[in-house]
Write a protein that binds this ligand. Structure first.
Ligand code: ATP
Ligand code: MG
Length: 568
């Protein structure tokens, strides 16, 4: 491609709306442009990288024996109504009506439609096991679209669905996808971690997420370098930590704590440690209210709590007015004693002795509280957020935490959708079986952002060869020098003849501009045709130079194209 013709609107300025590196660089390198919140156009360079990722995903899916098909993004409501997700998706589903008033949506994910396709088209058990997939556009009206391609309202997903007649069959299908995912993310040049994920709400039997560790990731992951345990925060099991508490049970005592609404204020007013307190937090769970308790130095993991409560909508903190009504006190003085809502206590709370809780009375707390004697939680479970001081639930060594970008998710669904829609098949012994499903997603467009988050420097993107929009850029330093232009053209032609994806920077620009752009758009190899071409020499440069010596290599003009081919 001749860059004089390329639509590549690079920007020198850092766009103000972009908060993270990949978003900034994609805008600056002219890969994408925003159309509306969470909706982007892919310009030529961006589209080429997107297609490359799609192709890698496709190759590995095909290699794993999955079959590609393609469904519409515009979908009738019926299948989603049958599964109950027409309601569950709530505001995150884009809905519309056709001219006859029938309900449609823009598909957020296709479990129902793939299930229906198998019901309608698979005739015999002999066709199982079967894994079907598509690479297709998804629509979700996200509450907070942000971070460029990280969280958009329109995105490309690879979604695959496996169909088996036995649990062992599902295990095998799942393992094939697991292996394919490892190959895909390795080929994309991503440094990834596979974490155990929560499958509670969806009712499946196992689930893992493929995470790219990055400070801009929106998911928390806990991992252990010693034994290899890794889980996302929702799934990461917290082992209760024992603290030193005074012996014996002391007498319950009401203490005056004026204006002490927070743990910090209490610590300074009563002169005790945060682990001597238990927080009581009131939540709205669907249409009822609950209270959750964790030790004063802990935070609640709302997903763990939600799964335990079994509500449909995400938990919401109760409004201050509701808190006042339920506790008969100002916000900040809630406690479990005499509270008229179900109390969910974290496991650690039951380990505490002679601790302090709110008294459900403004400016008062109870002191020397003991579980069993003074109150009994309705439910006790692990509902807290894991942190750096925690220990690994497998080996007991210290756990580490990091932020991760979820690029893929594999899930043993079980029979949720086959039950809902009626997908059954006779097995070889003539027995009727409910088909067991797995589902497997990759955020294809999110992957571009993840690749950039792990591959950039001050000057721009550093594409891994597998995802680079072009592999080589040939740069004549002085566009007015006929010899340089001629040699650059010749090398460009030879690269193309060898099937190498090359750019020729034939723009009438200063060398500095061309070099800056080449760095910004991250092309892996640069061939510079400069003054030395009079001596038959051009420069070969890698965008990702490990050391200064490696940075520039001189090659003979005649050998340049062959050298590139050999080294790519
Ligand atoms: P998240 O927790 O990030 O919202 P999810 O659990 O809703 O993701 P899945 O339904 O499992 O996502 O979708 C499969 C994959 O699609 C995810 O692993 C992610 O890579 C990608 N994905 C999901 N939502 C978005 C989005 N709004 N924008 C871009 N990619 C997305
Ligand atoms: Mg997920």
């Amino acid at each position: 491609m001749r860059m004089s013709n390329l639509l590549m609107p690079t920007l020198r300025e850092v766009p103000a709306e972009a908060e993270i590196t990949s978003h900034r660089l994609m805008l600056r390198a002219g890969l994408i442009r925003k159309l509306a919140a969470g909706i982007y156009s892919y310009l030529p360079l961006g589209l080429r990288s997107l297609k490359k990722i799609e192709q890698i995903v496709r190759e590995e899916m095909d290699r794993a024996g999955a079959q590609e098909l393609l469904m519409s993004a515009l979908l009738p409501a019926e299948a989603y109504q049958a599964s109950g997700r027409w309601e569950v998706f709530g505001d995150s589903m884009f809905r519309l009506k056709d001219r006859g008033g029938r309900d449609f949506c823009l598909g957020p994910t296709h479990e129902e439609l793939f299930t229906q396709t198998v019901i309608d088209n698979v005739r015999s058990y002999k066709e199982f096991p079967m894994t079907l997939y598509q690479i297709q556009t998804k629509y979700r009206d996200e509450g907070r679209p942000r971070f460029g391609l990280m969280r958009t309202r329109e995105f490309t997903m690879k979604d695959a669905y496996s169909f088996d007649l036995s649990e062992e069959g599902l295990d095998k299908s799942y393992k094939k996808m697991y292996d394919a995912y490892c190959r895909i993310f390795t080929r994309l040049g991503l440094d990834f971690t596979i974490v155990d994920a929560d499958s509670g709400a969806m009712g499946g039997s196992g689930s893992q997420e493929f995470m790219v560790k990055s400070p801009v990731g929106e998911d928390g992951i806990a991992y252990c370098d010693d034994c290899g345990y890794a889980a996302n925060y929702e799934k990461a099991q917290c082992i209760p930590q024992k603290k030193e508490y005074p012996d014996g049970e002391l007498t319950l005592e009401k203490v005056h704590t004026p204006n002490a609404h927070t743990i910090d204020e209490l610590v300074s007013s009563l002169g005790m440690e945060p682990h001597n307190f238990a927080k009581t937090i009131l939540y709205k769970a669907d249409d009822k209210y609950i209270a959750a308790m964790v030790r004063g130095d802990r935070e609640i993991n709302e997903v763990k709590l939600k799964n335990l409560v079994g509500c449909t909508d995400d938990l919401e903190l109760a409004d201050p007015a509701v808190v006042r009504e339920l506790t008969h006190a100002q916000v900040g003085f809630a406690g479990p004693i005499g509270l008229d809502v179900p109390v969910y206590a974290d496991l650690e709370v039951t380990e505490m002795r002679n601790f302090i809780v709110g008294a459900n009375e403004t400016d008062y707390h109870w002191k020397n509280v003991n579980v069993g004697r003074d109150f009994t939680p309705d439910f006790t479970a692990d509902i807290r957020l894991i942190t750096d001081g925690d220990v690994c639930p497998h080996c007991g060594k210290p756990i580490k935490t990091a932020q991760g970008i979820e690029v893929g998710h594999i899930f043993k669904l079980g029979t949720k959708y086959s039950d809902a829609l009626g997908l059954k098949a006779l097995d070889e012994s003539g027995e009727e079986k409910t088909v067991i499903m797995g589902c497997y997603g990759i955020g294809v467009t999110r992957c571009i952002a993840a690749v950039i988050e792990q591959n950039y420097d001050d000057n721009g993107i550093i594409w891994p060869v597998s995802v680079a929009p072009y592999h080589v850029v040939v740069v004549p330093v002085n566009h007015k020098d006929e010899n340089q232009v001629k040699i650059a053209e010749k090398i460009y032609g030879e690269l193309q003849a060898r099937g190498i994806e090359a750019l020729l920077d034939d723009r009438e620009e200063r060398a500095g501009v061309k070099f800056k752009d080449a760095d910004l758009i991250g092309i892996p190899v640069r061939i510079v045709v400069g003054k030395k071409c009079g001596d038959g020499i051009v420069e070969y440069k890698l965008r990702r130079a490990e050391s200064a010596e490696e940075k520039t290599i001189e090659v003979a003009i005649e050998e340049a194209a062959a050298y590139v081919k050999e080294n790519l």
